[in-house]
Design a protein around this ligand. Structure first.
Ligand code: ZN
Length: 231
């Protein structure tokens, strides 16, 4: 079975719909979402509803937890904090309840899922091989999926070697059948790796053991919460 992995949608409905179309056209049988459904973007309800409808697994990200009130807004930048406050004001009660039901980590079969990192599922940005090394020491699963940094990348540590990392460009494929891995599919709604197209990953699972992964990119537009709030 193949699984489509998405993260960091950030209330960008256009990018989410384009990604869902691409996932539907792929041979992925399930959709797993690593969190941050809301924040920054202008369509939180539409995005939470799409996640409720399509995601077999969904984590909470730091922006989702800011909207539910589980973590304080003073830990966010001004723009992120304002977007979270606006989202709190407009989000439908049933969608807020869905966000409240989510956690920032999960396990699916042999794969660990974390919004941010195995060491800190809410806040840690894993962007260096050194941090990846520390996370690989911590993680109990051979393969973990992470989001949060909005950068599509992979870290691997093979037996007796140090961890190495690489950004994953459009369409790149990986053999993850051996070694310890941290994989980030990139961001659907707000990519930060210089490629403005929505990013996600498709992982193949053979007998519960993730074997290969690829990173498509999809062209989509965005509307921000700031644009809506200022008219
Ligand atoms: Zn995010």
């Amino acid at each position: 079975m193949k699984v489509a992995v998405i993260s960091d949608i950030h209330a960008n409905r256009h990018a989410f719909e384009a990604t869902l179309d691409a996932v539907a056209a792929s041979d992925a049988a399930e959709l797993w979402c690593l969190g941050d459904l809301v924040g920054y973007g202008a369509e939180p309800d539409a995005c939470v509803e799409l996640a409720r409808e399509h995601a077999a697994v969904c984590l909470a990200g730091n922006h989702d937890l800011a909207v539910t009130g589980e973590i304080p807004l003073d830990e966010f930048s001004l723009g992120a904090s304002l977007a979270a406050q606006w989202t709190r004001e407009v989000i439908a009660p049933e969608n807020l309840a869905f966000l409240e039901s989510l956690t920032p980590q999960a396990q699916e079969g042999s794969v660990g899922l974390y919004h941010a990192s195995p060491r800190d599922p809410v806040w840690e940005y894993v962007l260096s091989a050194l941090l990846a090394e520390l996370c690989l020491d911590e993680q109990r699963q051979r393969v973990c999926l992470i989001g949060h940094s909005h950068v599509a990348l992979s870290f691997v540590r093979h037996e007796g070697e140090l961890a190495t990392g690489e950004p994953r460009r459009e369409g790149s494929t990986l053999d993850i059948s051996s070694g310890e891995w941290l994989l980030n599919p990139g961001s659907v709604g707000q990519p930060r790796d210089g490629d403005p197209r929505a990013g996600f990953a498709i992982a193949a699972r053979l007998g519960g053991n993730p074997a290969a992964s690829m990173f498509p990119r999809i062209l989509a537009a965005a509307v921000t919460a700031a644009a809506v709030a200022t008219g």
